[in-house]
Design a binder for this molecule. Structure first.
Ligand SMILES: CC(C)(COP(=O)(O)OP(=O)(O)OC[C@H]1O[C@@H](n2cnc3c(N)ncnc32)[C@H](O)[C@@H]1OP(=O)(O)O)[C@@H](O)C(=O)NCCC(=O)NCCS
Length: 142
């Protein structure tokens, strides 16, 4: 499955907010409330963030976010609600891993998210610890 990652633009704000505020995404996120755009784009101190829209045949199917801090890059991902369960999530994360510019990759997954666990596991991440109620999965860069 060919996925192209393109940097997010201002034109994507509505789409990203809708994907992020979808009830299933909220249930699987650190912050469960409905986010404003300002909250969504606020970057934690000490972190450098890059966000990409994943395209399949030119069609936006999801987003991946890279949060760089020190030698680590935390990857997070969301598939558009209507596109879930068709392999886009795994393909998108694989594409993200190939372009991440850090030696160590991390994913923080909320317990009860079997699809994300499966994605992490099948792409070589290892569950290493629990932090703030999240499973921390780690993988050295490809
Ligand atoms: C989690 C999410 C990204 C998965 O993306 P997706 O495109 O639906 O997943 P895929 O179709 O690529 O499936 C990935 C794997 O999970 C499995 N899977 C999918 N849904 C599943 C479910 N409900 N239960 C168990 N396994 C599931 C698939 O069979 C596949 O495994 P395989 O590679 O062994 O066949 C997507 O559902 C989503 O955006 N959810 C809301 C936001 C979210 O949870 N973000 C991640 C936070 S860590």
């Amino acid at each position: 499955m060919a996925i192209v990652l393109r940097p997010v633009t201002d034109q994507d704000s509505e789409r990203l907010l809708a994907w992020r505020n979808d009830p299933v995404t909220r249930a699987n996120s650190r912050r469960g409330h409905i986010l404003t755009w300002e909250e969504l784009i606020a970057v934690p101190a000490g972190t450098r963030r890059e966000t990409f829209v994943a395209l399949s045949d030119g069609d936006p199917v999801g987003s991946v976010r890279f949060d760089y801090a020190g030698a680590e890059c935390e990857l997070s991902w969301t598939v558009a609600p209507e596109k879930r369960g068709r392999g886009f999530g795994r393909a998108m994360v694989a594409a993200a891993m190939a372009v991440a510019r850090a030696d160590k990759l991390i994913a923080a997954i909320k317990p009860g998210n079997p699809a994300s666990r499966r994605i992490a596991e099948s792409l070589g991440f290892i569950e290493s610890e629990h932090r703030d109620g999240l499973e921390i999965w780690r993988r050295d860069r490809l």
